[in-house]
Design a protein around this ligand. Structure first.
Ligand code: 5GP
Ligand code: ZN
Length: 136
């Protein structure tokens, strides 16, 4: 189902034109309007889901196969050297458009893009505590 006032519902369903690189009955893949790198695009389902948590298993099961297909296409056409697949859920995690989407970001030597993760050094027993919390 489409959601009124959702920009990605309109883009995915062709109500607003996009720079589309791929389309099928479930998805549209189009260029991000503020790309992190050349060829940065978004996999967007035609049906509205706020985020990954809300996504149907059926649509979810098709996202990675499609990401792989697009990676191959972009490799062939743009010749990337590395590739990030990014998917943000919730404002705190950087989601700005609340219609599920997956970023496909080709990477090139010296592209200067920053898709960083800062790591921490857990103290003695900390990981075990987290594990206990998750498994209890
Ligand atoms: P998020 O931050 O929610 O993970 O990603 C939203 C992405 O959508 C951003 O990279 C942003 O540049 C892109 N975006 C937002 N509005 C539009 C639009 O109207 N057209 C296109 N092509 N991309 C958009
Ligand atoms: Zn939507």
């Amino acid at each position: 189902m489409k959601k009124e006032d959702c920009i990605f519902c309109k883009l995915a369903n062709g109500d607003i034109p996009t720079n589309t690189i791929y389309e099928d009955s479930d998805f549209r893949v189009f260029l991000d309007s503020s790309p992190a790198t050349k060829g940065h695009c978004l996999i967007v389902p035609k049906e509205h889901f706020d985020n990954l948590e809300e996504l149907s298993d059926d649509v979810a099961s098709k996202v990675f196969p499609l990401a792989r297909k697009m990676m191959k296409l972009l490799k062939e056409k743009l010749g990337w050297d590395g590739f990030n697949v990014v998917q943000n859920n919730g404002e705190l995690a950087g989601q700005t458009v609340f219609h599920f989407h997956t970023h496909l970001i080709p990477r090139y030597e010296g592209d200067g893009a920053s898709i960083a993760m800062s790591h921490t050094s857990p103290g003695e027993g900390e990981l075990e505590k987290v594990l206990e919390q998750i498994l209890s």
